[in-house]
Design a protein around this ligand. Structure first.
Ligand code: SF4
Length: 307
């Protein structure tokens, strides 16, 4: 069975998605992150998130947004405007849509040693000011949550931990003060639902040296286990009713169906209602600024992996 490759010629790029897959189902991890199986997904589910992230990217670059906002779907416009009104969207931008590649070392018994990079993309890093105990800068790693849910245990979620770890390791490269302490850094999920009374909710984590050490140790343990894994066994029951590999992974169909019925009785109904509602909405695609303006502003045109 194929294993993870982590050589100098082909380094292993470790992402939050891989860590989540590993925790959830080893078989899914094997399909997605070892075999790199591409599976068709419904892009419609991601339209709102992609459009709003793009608008927030332009806002950080001070591009004129009024002509675009008049053209986009109403839900996109409302979501963007709710986010834009939040103080984090107005704070000083240190980095925007920042992709990171941070080297990470683990020791294995056999030679050569694995070559590993931690990878990801930070929506935005902003600088604010705190006044206690003295006036000093505070940095927030911001993640806009426009569609997908904030992880239930967001303080322990791999995205929170990996991104804080990466930003701390790259703080000098990002121009943050050489003397800054761990508690001057935090991660915040900015969840936006414009129809809700409180349109924007913040889920904050303040960093610490103990957390940094723990993340480093946990990453070393889990990456060592991933590298050594050869079986990629199925779990006792399927933990992901939306996983696309249900027809090929070998999980007993009855178990998947039973799980769906027991754990998610409302979802099929809700999905059908949503699909009907979306079908009634006018199809207005987001209009992007002229490519020359985009190029001049240095805006990337490659698809973003926000989810
Ligand atoms: S369908 Fe379920 S058991 Fe099979 S690979 Fe996906 S998550 Fe794992």
């Amino acid at each position: 069975m194929e294993k993870i490759v982590a050589t100098a010629e082909k380094p292993w790029l470790v992402s939050t998605s891989q860590l989540k897959e590993w925790d959830k189902c080893k078989k899914q991890f094997h399909y997605k992150s070892v075999l790199k199986t591409q599976w068709l997904t419904t892009q419609k589910n991601f339209e709102l998130g992609k459009a709003v992230h793009k608008l927030m990217d332009y806002q950080a670059r001070n591009l004129p947004l009024e002509p675009i906002l008049t053209e986009v779907r109403q839900d996109i416009q409302e979501t963007y405007l709710a986010l834009e009104a939040n103080s984090l969207a107005q704070a000083k931008v240190v980095a925007n849509e920042w992709s990171f590649n941070i080297p990470f070392s683990i020791e294995v018994k056999s030679e050569p040693q694995p070559v590993i990079w931690l990878t990801g993309r930070v929506d935005r890093l902003v600088e604010t000011v705190v006044n206690t105990p003295v006036k000093q800068p505070f940095y927030w790693v911001v993640d806009w949550k426009t569609g997908t849910a904030v992880p239930a245990d967001f303080k322990q979620a791999w995205q929170t931990r990996l991104y804080l770890y990466a930003i701390w390791e790259a703080r000098h490269q990002l121009g943050m003060p050489a003397t800054m302490s761990f508690d001057q850094l935090g991660f915040v999920y900015v969840e936006v639902k414009p129809k809700r009374k409180q349109a924007v909710r913040l889920y904050e984590v303040i960093y610490s040296e103990a957390q940094h050490r723990q993340t480093k140790a946990d990453l070393a343990n889990v990456l060592t286990a991933m590298l050594a894994e050869q079986r990629f066994d199925l779990p006792a029951t399927c933990p992901d009713s939306y996983c696309p590999f249900g027809t090929i992974c070998g999980i007993a169909p009855a178990e998947t169906e039973q799980l769906n019925l027991l754990a998610l009785p409302e979802k099929p109904v809700r999905k059908r209602k949503k699909a009907k509602k979306e079908a009634n909405q006018p199809e207005v695609a987001i209009t992007l600024p002229p490519q020359e303006a985009v190029a001049d502003a240095g805006v990337g045109t490659s698809p973003f992996d926000w989810f």
